[in-house]
Design a protein around this ligand. Structure first.
Ligand code: ATP
Ligand code: MG
Length: 651
C-alpha cells in the first residue's frame, strides 16, 4: 500500500490579483513571507503591538511541545481591544454591528453604543453572581446581543462557551455539563424560515439535568410576535434581559486578564466523531485573529464586512466577533435562512447594506448553484470587492461560479483553511499578492509552518500528496481540550511527534501550492490507490447537471474499497442516463481508477449543523452498519431516507 495520497485532478485555471487591488492592498509585498520566516517571534510581536495591552509581555513565546504560551506576562482584555479603544477614539460613531433579523428588521450599534451596551450587560452578569473565571453558556440566535454577551463575558473575565442555536437539549446538556457553566444567556426564541426556534424551551429541557447552572438571562427576541412555547419561567433562576440590563450603569472597567487566561471553550462541529471542547486564550488569539483579518480580508476603514457563519462556530468567533471588531470593522450579522422569504436573501442583504467583503462556506455556494443563477443576477452586487470561503474543500467549479456570479469576475476569492483548533486562518491566499487557483488554499500565511507528511511522518518535498501537519506554534493555537489533556496529546500530537496533526489530507502542486483533500478518514483505498473523496466529488461537480456530491469508499472483496457516489442535481436536471454519464465523466476527468462503482441520485445529503457533508454516515449506510454518532446532524430524516433508497437499490 502506498503511504501517500494520490493527486489525480488537474486544474489549470489561474487568477492573478487585479493590479488595482494590489496597489491598495494591506499586504502587497511578497517579502512579508521571508521577513516572518527570518524571525517569527519578532514578526508576531509586531502584530501584537497593534493591540492595546495594560502591561507588555516579557516573553513572546514559550514552547514546550505540545504546550505553547504566547506573550507571557502580558495583561490584556479582549473587550477593551474590540470595543473600548475604538469607542474612545476616532471610531466612536462608526457603525460596529449591522444586525438584520429574518423578518427584515435592521438594528445597528455604533462603537460607542456597543461600549455602553456591553458595559451594562457585564454589570448585569455581575449582579447575577457571574465573576472572573466563571464559565457562561450562550445559546442565542444571530442577533447583536449574542456579540454583546460574548464581549460582556470577556470584559469581566468570564470565559464563554457558545452553543449553536440549532443544537438539541441533549447536545446542550453535554456541553454545559462538560464545562460546568454557571450561567446561561439565551433568548425566548429566534426566527428561522418564518418559524420560531424555541431556544428558551430547549434550555429548560437541558437544564433539568445541568446542576451547575444557577442563573438564566433571557433576551426577548420574539415577544408577542408569534404563538409559541416560550418554556417555563423559573423564579429565582430566570431573568429577562430587559428587566436587568438597561438599568445598569455603563461604568464597568475591563478586567486586566493574563495573556494566557482562557477566553472561551468551543466544541468542534463533529464531522468525524464526538465534538471536542477546544480551549482558546486571550493575547495570542487576539493577535492571530486581528492580524489575519487585516491581511486575508484586506480590511479597510470604509468596508462593510459580512461573514455568514453562525457565531456558534469558530468562524463566527474569530471572524464575526473578535478579529473584525479588534480591527474596528463594520460587521453585518444576519439572523435567518438564505431562502427566507426567497432564494435571493443573501444578495438582497449585500445590496441593502452595500457589503464589500463576503465570507461564506462551500456548502452555501453549492446550494446557490443548485438554486440557479437568476437569484444573484437580479440583485446589485457591485459593492463587493473580495470574497472568501471556509469550512470544506471548495470544488473548483463552485469556486469559479462564486467568482463569476457573485464576484462579477472582478473580486479575488480567498479559500481559507483553518480549524476550530487553529483559532485563526493558517493557509490562504493573500489577495494582493497570491495568484489564486480554484480549489487551492495556496500557501501557509506568513509566520505559519506547514508540511506534507507520509503516514510514517516523513516530510515529503515537491509535488506530493499526504497528511497536513503544522510544524511550529502559532499565536491563536488551541491550548488544549477542555477537561481532557490525554485526548489533546493523542488527537493532535501522537501521529507525528513534535508536529501538530491536522487530520486533513493535502497535495502540493508543481508550484508549491497546497490543495486540501478533505479529512484523512475520508481518503479511499481503491486497489492500492489512495484517492481523496474530494477529487472525485469535484469531478462530479464539474458536470453541468451536478450541484453537489458526496463520495465514500465502501468495503469491496477484491479492490479493498469500491467508490460510491451520492449526487444532488441542479434544479431542472433529471434523467436515467445520468448515472452512467456521470461515472464516465469522472473517468474522463481523473482516470478510470476513480470511476464510481455505485452512483445514487438523491434529494439531499447528510450534513452537520454547520453544513459539512458527513461521509462517515454514508459509509455506515453503504456497509449496512448501525449509524454512528448522529447528534451533530442537521436533519436525521435525510440519512433515514438515504438508507431506504440504498437498501431498495441493493435488494
Ligand atoms: P470534528 O473535528 O469534530 O470532526 P470539524 O473538523 O468539522 O469537526 P471544524 O473545526 O469546524 O470541525 O472544521 C475544521 C475542518 O474543516 C478542517 O480540518 C478541514 O477538514 C475543513 N476545512 C476548513 N476549511 C477548509 C478549506 N478551506 N479547505 C478544505 N477544508 C477545510
Ligand atoms: Mg476537526
Amino acid at each position: 500500500m502506498s503511504e501517500t495520497i494520490e493527486a489525480l485532478l488537474e486544474e489549470g485555471r489561474r487568477y492573478p490579483p487585479p493590479e488595482e487591488f494590489t496597489r491598495n492592498a494591506n499586504l502587497s509585498d511578497p517579502a512579508v513571507y521571508d521577513r516572518a520566516e527570518k524571525d517569527v517571534e519578532a514578526f508576531w510581536e509586531e502584530w501584537a503591538d497593534r493591540l492595546d495591552w495594560f502591561e507588555r509581555w516579557h516573553t513572546v513565546l514559550e514552547w514546550n511541545p505540545p504546550y505553547a504560551k504566547w506573550f507571557l506576562g502580558g495583561k490584556i482584555n479582549a473587550c477593551h481591544n474590540c470595543v473600548d479603544r475604538h469607542a474612545e477614539g476616532a471610531r466612536a460613531d462608526k457603525v460596529a454591528i449591522i444586525n438584520e433579523g429574518e423578518p427584515g428588521d435592521v438594528r445597528t450599534l455604533t462603537y460607542s453604543e456597543l461600549r455602553d451596551e456591553v458595559a451594562r450587560a457585564a454589570n448585569a452578569l455581575k449582579e447575577l453572581g457571574v465573576g472572573r473565571g466563571d464559565i457562561v453558556c450562550l445559546y442565542m440566535p444571530m442577533i447583536m446581543e449574542l456579540a454583546v454577551a460574548m464581549l460582556a463575558c470577556a470584559r469581566i473575565g468570564a470565559p464563554h462557551t457558545v452553543v449553536f442555536g440549532g443544537f438539541s437539549a441533549e447536545s446542550l446538556k453535554e456541553r454545559i455539563n462538560d464545562t460546568r457553566a454557571k450561567a446561561v444567556i439565551t433568548a425566548d426564541g429566534g426566527w428561522r424560515r418564518g418559524k420560531v426556534v424555541p431556544l428558551k424551551r430547549t434550555i429548560d429541557e437541558a437544564l433539568a439535568q445541568c446542576p451547575s447552572v444557577s442563573r438564566v438571562l433571557v433576551y426577548r427576541r420574539i415577544g408577542d410576535a408569534a404563538e409559541f412555547d416560550a418554556g417555563q419561567w423559573v423564579e429565582g433562576r430566570d431573568v429577562w434581559w430587559h428587566d436587568i440590563v438597561p438599568k445598569q450603569s455603563t461604568d464597568c472597567p475591563c478586567e486586566p486578564m493574563d495573556s494566557e487566561d482562557m477566553l472561551y471553550v468551543l466544541y468542534t462541529s463533529g464531522s468525524t466523531g464526538h465534538p471536542k471542547g477546544i480551549v482558546h486564550t486571550t493575547g495570542g488569539y487576539l493577535v492571530g485573529t486581528s492580524a489575519t483579518f487585516h491581511w486575508v480580508f484586506d480590511h479597510k476603514e470604509e468596508d462593510i464586512y459580512w461573514c455568514t457563519a453562525d457565531v456558534g462556530w469558530v468562524t463566527g468567533h474569530s471572524y464575526v466577533v473578535y478579529g473584525p471588531l479588534a480591527e474596528g470593522a463594520t460587521v453585518v450579522m444576519y439572523e435567518g435562512a438564505p431562502d427566507a422569504p426567497d432564494k435571493d436573501r443573501f444578495w438582497r442583504i449585500v445590496e441593502r447594506h452595500k457589503v464589500s467583503i463576503l465570507y461564506t462556506a462551500p456548502t452555501a455556494i453549492r446550494t446557490f448553484m443548485k438554486w440557479g443563477d437568476e437569484f444573484p443576477a437580479r440583485c446589485d452586487l457591485s459593492s463587493l470587492r473580495l470574497l472568501g470561503t471556509v469550512g470544506e474543500p471548495i470544488n473548483p467549479e463552485a469556486w469559479v461560479w462564486y467568482r463569476d456570479h457573485i464576484g462579477g469576475e472582478r473580486c479575488p476569492v480567498v479559500d481559507t483553511w483553518w480549524q476550530t483548533e487553529t483559532g485563526m486562518i493558517l493557509i490562504s491566499p493573500l489577495p494582493g499578492i497570491t495568484v489564486c487557483k480554484p480549489g487551492s488554499a495556496t500557501r501557509p500565511l506568513p509566520g505559519i509552518g506547514a508540511a506534507v507528511c507520509a503516514e510514517d511522518g516523513t516530510v515529503l518535498e515537491g509535488p506530493r500528496g499526504g497528511y497536513l501537519a503544522l510544524t511550529q506554534p502559532w499565536p491563536a493555537m488551541l491550548r488544549g481540550i477542555f477537561n481532557d489533556p490525554d485526548r489533546y496529546v493523542e488527537q493532535y500530537w501522537s501521529q507525528f511527534p513534535g508536529k501538530y496533526f491536522t487530520g486533513d489530507g493535502v497535495k502540493r502542486d508543481e508550484e508549491g501550492d497546497l490543495w486540501l483533500l478533505g479529512r484523512v478518514d475520508d481518503v479511499m483505498n481503491v486497489a492500492g490507490h489512495r484517492i481523496s473523496t474530494m477529487e472525485v466529488e469535484s469531478a462530479l461537480v464539474d458536470h453541468p447537471a451536478v450541484a453537489e456530491a458526496a463520495v465514500i469508499g465502501r468495503s469491496h472483496d477484491v479492490k479493498g474499497q469500491a467508490i460510491a457516489a451520492f449526487v444532488l442535481l441542479k434544479s431542472g436536471y433529471s434523467g436515467d442516463h445520468l448515472p452512467k454519464e456521470l461515472r464516465a465523466h469522472v473517468a474522463k476527468m481523473i482516470g478510470p481508477i476513480a470511476r464510481p462503482d455505485d452512483l445514487y441520485i438523491c434529494g439531499d445529503l447528510p450534513k452537520t449543523r454547520s453544513g459539512k457533508i458527513m461521509r462517515r454516515l454514508l459509509r455506515d449506510i453503504a456497509e449496512g452498519r448501525a449509524l454512528g454518532d448522529t447528534t451533530t446532524l442537521a436533519d436525521p430524516a435525510v440519512v433515514a431516507s438515504l438508507r431506504d433508497q440504498y437498501e431498495q437499490t441493493e435488494a
